[in-house]
Design a protein. Structure first.
Length: 115
């Protein structure tokens, strides 16, 4: 059974930075996609960024140039470095892992951008 544990959320002022971490425990195969999604109040969950096991990345247009997704394969951990944060980035951020036909979600971590 795979478990995802997120950390790093919090309250930050506009223009500030945060780094989210997601550690995966359990059986992780060599081929996978890990990513971050977010859900703001009253809105649908949306893709933020993904990273494939070969290192390829993908970003939502709204975060390109501000957010960076990376991974540490040895630790089965994915990171989301968020810079130049805006109030509209406020949401619950969820870690996601896809391995073949299986999909796993973290419990979510709140990110609030406010002055």
């Amino acid at each position: 059974q795979v478990q995802l544990v997120e950390s790093g959320g919090g309250l930050v002022q506009p223009g500030g930075s945060l780094r989210l971490s997601c550690a995966a425990s359990g059986s992780i195969f060599r081929l996978y996609v890990m990513g971050w999604y977010r859900q703001a109040p009253g809105k649908q969950r949306e893709l933020v960024a993904t990273i494939i096991s070969n290192g390829n990345t993908n970003y939502a247009d709204s975060v390109k140039g501000r957010f960076t997704i990376s991974r540490d394969g040895a630790k089965n951990t994915v990171y989301l470095q968020m810079n130049s944060l805006k109030p509209e980035d406020t949401a619950v951020y969820y870690c996601n892992l896809r391995i073949v036909a299986s999909e796993y979600w973290g419990q979510g971590t709140q990110v609030t951008v406010s002055s």
